[in-house]
Design a protein around this ligand. Structure first.
Ligand code: FE
Length: 193
């Protein structure tokens, strides 16, 4: 496939949403694109930064990494969709975005260990996957995870992830967020750090 560039990545992601967004979101009553767009809408309504809106919108992009070419279909990588998603977007998005993607499953484990009310709000499907994902973090894991400079954004995106599962809730279409994504990509690629 043609290598992706800062000028093509947003259209490329838009195309994935269009062609594959109707796929079901494991055990939930929303499609993948409804789920990711609901996360973005919650972030937008909260007045979040562009990078947090982008993180909420793209947190599950790792379910589509086979779209990014054969290099990414390595052994086992599809099983860790959060790591795979962060990797494919890392050339174009800052850590403020890719950390929200990479750690959205870890954030659930962190919040289950640190916030008694959090677990009670999880969906049935999310409770089921928690054990497979390692259960709540240990105290050592919590301490290590808390050192991430993007911790607050990671946890907030996780909460929008959990809330973005409302059947029938209308959201703007992907196109509404394309200019925001392009701003994030252009700014990062002009000055990667
Ligand atoms: Fe999600």
């Amino acid at each position: 496939m043609t290598p992706l560039t800062p000028n093509t990545i947003v259209d490329f992601i838009a195309d994935i949403f269009t062609r594959r967004g109707a796929e079901s979101y494991l055990g939930e009553n929303v499609t993948m694109s409804e789920h990711m767009l609901q996360g973005a809408l919650l972030a937008e309504q909260a007045g979040a930064s562009d990078t947090m809106v982008a993180g909420a919108l793209l947190h599950d992009i790792g379910h589509y990494t086979n779209e990014f070419g054969d290099d990414y279909i390595e052994q086992g990588i599809d099983n860790l969709h959060e790591e795979a998603g962060a990797k494919v977007l890392a050339p174009f998005f800052p850590a403020a975005v890719t950390d929200c993607i990479r750690y959205h499953v870890a954030a659930k484990r962190y919040l289950c260990a640190t916030d008694a009310e959090y677990f009670a709000k999880l969906s049935d499907a999310s409770v089921k996957t928690l054990e497979l994902q390692g259960g709540p973090m240990s105290a050592d894991e919590v301490a290590a995870f808390a050192k991430n400079p993007n911790l607050a954004a990671i946890l907030q995106v996780r909460i929008w992830d959990d809330q973005g599962k409302v059947s029938g809730l209308r959201t703007p279409a992907f196109d509404h967020y394309a200019p925001l994504l392009q701003r994030v990509v252009s700014s990062y690629c002009a000055n990667p750090e």
